[in-house]
Design a protein around this ligand. Structure first.
Ligand SMILES: *[C@@H]1O[C@H](CO)[C@@H](O)[C@H](O)[C@H]1NC(C)=O
Ligand SMILES: *[C@@H]1O[C@H](CO)[C@@H](O)[C@H](O)[C@H]1NC(C)=O
Length: 389
């Protein structure tokens, strides 16, 4: 009996091993962490202090690693140098925002390094970091990387004077006017036309006509008619909420909830137009597919690709995948994972650490061919021509 059981266990184990789906490529799209408000609204003064530093090493004589670096330069934002009290500019990543990405990096360390998928030590051949060229986006990528590897470097591995042995980690950016990890109406004028059209439909107008009461409440609370659109007010409050900065007097959590519903409606209405989400982030989706194809054909050693962007990066990706998420929160992430089982490849998607079944596929592990075909059907054949009709 014991022998039989043992045999059964062994057989079971072997079958398990041979049919196991193995992760081969992990791609993640993230929104930056918590930040200061983008829109300054008069009468909403609060003190904002920013502690994340922009450090630069001189590029002369810098061959990448283990250089003797006598000076590191630091950009310091002047106290009260901007619209806010304190030393933050608008939209700057805060200490808390950096922590959120660092925590996400720790999560990836546990799920991807500790499991043996990624090497114990940073290997530039395995990891690729791509970021929109904004301070908060780059710093979010850097914080995530710190959580993934930096916090696990042993004291004993550092030689005298850490700055002399620091390893350089590339964060790949591109010119903002050509950036496609963000809806870019300069790059794609037709996207601008579609958005304008979507924002002048009867549905859009009717919905906004129904918001007159809420708008009046804003006028009462802020004591002025000179207010930005509700979405911008929400942006300011979202930043305050994330940092426990009190709301202006009279702004209850119930009103905040109503504003967040308006945001959901607007984001959802805009991005659920598939043409809009495709022209917003279709080139990003193309990158995902291309990396998968390279992997399947053994033409790439990359295992972890981080695309660091905005809410407007993560959201259209999710709508293309078939999920109506509205505006994604700070430090949210969509993970698109490629698995291999014998000779078959599968794609699995998670959002905010939860596995999601692609509605048009119906299986958690969606066969790669199904995924690829679906995306090729919705992506334009010629981006340039679709964008310049
Ligand atoms: C902002 O001010 C705080 C408090 O004085 C200080 O700790 C921090 O280093 C300053 N940040 C920058 C970026 O200069
Ligand atoms: C999102 O917007 C679309 C188009 O207006 C609508 O059909 C859909 O029901 C909305 N989704 C949610 C979750 O409200």
């Amino acid at each position: 009996m014991k022998v039989l059981l043992l045999t059964l266990i062994l057989v079971f184990c072997f079958t398990q091993v041979s049919t196991e789906k193995k992760l081969v490529l992990f791609q993640t799209f993230t929104r930056h962490g918590a930040r200061t408000p983008i829109y300054y609204i008069k009468g909403t003064d609060a003190l904002w202090l920013c502690t994340n530093m922009f450090n630069e090493i001189p590029s002369i004589n810098n061959k990448g690693t283990s250089q003797t670096i006598p000076y590191i330069f630091q950009k310091q934002f002047q106290m009260d140098g901007g619209q806010y009290k304190g030393n933050c500019t608008s939209g700057m990543l805060t200490t808390q925002g950096a922590s959120e990405h660092r925590a996400l990096g720790h999560y990836f360390h546990e799920t991807l390094v500790d499991t043996g998928f990624l090497s114990d030590k940073y290997d530039p051949n395995e990891i690729f970091i791509r970021a929109c060229d904004d301070g908060r986006i780059r710093q979010s990528a850097e914080s995530l990387f710190t959580g993934l590897y930096g916090d696990y470097v042993q004291e004993s591995e550092l030689k005298e004077g850490a700055s002399n042995t620091a390893q350089v980690v590339p964060v790949h950016v591109m010119e903002t006017s050509l950036e496609y990890l963000n809806p870019n109406t300069k790059l794609c004028p037709h996207l601008g036309t579609l958005i304008t059209k979507r924002h002048s439909t009867k549905e859009w107008k009717d919905y906004h006509d129904g918001l007159k009461d809420l708008e009046q409440k804003m006028v009462d609370i802020f004591g002025t008619e000179d207010l930005p659109p509700l979405g911008h007010i929400y942006d300011t409050l979202e930043a305050r909420e994330a940092h426990d900065v009190p709301f202006p007097e009279g702004l209850t959590s119930d009103i905040y909830q109503q504003l967040s519903e308006v945001m959901f409606w607007e984001w959802n209405y805009t991005n659920s137009d598939l043409e809009i989400s495709v022209l917003s982030l279709g080139l990003g989706m193309r990158d995902i597919l291309q990396q998968m194809v390279l992997k399947i054909n053994s033409l790439s050693d990359l295992k972890f690709i981080h695309y660091s962007g905005h809410d407007s990066t993560v959201s259209p990706i999710m709508y293309m995948l078939g999920f109506q998420i509205g505006q994604p929160p700070y430090a949210s992430h969509t993970d698109i994972q490629l698995y291999k089982e014998t000779d078959q490849y599968y794609v699995k998607v998670s959002y905010l650490k939860k596995d999601k079944i692609l509605p048009w596929c119906g299986e958690l592990y969606c066969p790669f061919e199904t995924f690829y075909k679906y995306m090729m059907d919705i992506l334009p054949v010629s981006y340039y021509q679709t964008c310049h009709p």
